[in-house]
Design a protein around this ligand. Sequence first.
Ligand code: PLP
Length: 364
Amino acid sequence: MDYLNLHAINAPYEAEIKNALLQVVDSGWYLFGCQVTLFEQEWAHYCGYTLDEGQSHSCVACASGLDALRLVLRAWMEMGLLQKGDEVVVPANTYIASILAVSDNGLVPVPVEPDPQTYLISPDAIEAAVTPRTRAILPVHLYGQLCDMDRIMSIAGKHSLLVLEDCAQCHGVAGNYLGDAQAWSFYPGKNLGALGDAGAVTSSNPQLIQTIRQLAFYGSSKKYVHRFKGLNSRMDELQAAVLRIKLQDLDNCNRKRMEIAARYAAEVHNPKLQLPVALRPHVFHIYPVLTENRDALRQHLDACSIATQVHYPIPPHRQEAYQEWASLHFPITEHIAAHELSIPCHQAMTDADVQLVIDSLNSF
Ligand SMILES: *Cc1c(COP(=O)(O)O)cnc(C)c1O
């Protein structure tokens, strides 16, 4: 059993996708077309934003999840809300892209420990890290579970901080997005995945969306007039056409992930394994299991023909890219990095696959 088989994930839509791709090819229009505009509107609507006269003021598509994060921070700098050197509180336990976006803008990422139960950024740790230079918080809804946004928003309110949610792993999670902006990745392996790179930003602030739209198009407000030293980051029509098709089935796919996770929770009984705890809405992009001897579990599952992954083996503060953090210690983050194993949990699994995973975890 593969950890994630993208061919199997996309197979239910194969005919529809091929047809849509062909239509885009035939249209002769590959960027800035109706597919991207419609996807922006549909995604904004799906995320709970109301549409304003058919215009998308709540969503702007871009080239990747990392770009979505970078563009929000860059826009806030252009809008005078952030300055170089400002501190942004980030989770120590995350995929490094969340943090790269902060560094890339000349802002200072301040990593903090996760909650030991959910492995998501701890509100207490955020509160303890706030200094007079702190200007923003970047919670990551890692594995597909919402962070404790009520507490995070109340800390943000108390200290007048901006909140950028990294939503790369939480497409379609129930509940509201409470932060000032959400950054999305549609990397092929995400719960809503394209056939290549794609990303988007959502926000209830039309000025932010407008600024990002310009920044992502060479900083241009209209053709050959440049307001910012911008960049080029856009979603193409082919990816938008694919995402529009898959979006229609996203709730169904997430429901299947949640059902599989519920079966694991009910049927895996092995004191050697620490199963994930869902304290808040969770769409199980990743099903992280902690165990003392990860290598042994990995080998056991491998012998049962079950592929696994590790999210993530080396935390950002242990990476060469962040040498300046080499002396920092984040015991909870390091514990997760040393003991986490991700097991298959997705809509293309058959009942027999799920049963095999359960039996194999129980026989470890
Ligand atoms: C995938 C991911 C990203 C980066 O998205 P890309 O589209 O690959 O640039 C950022 N943050 C998290 C938490 C991710 O999982």
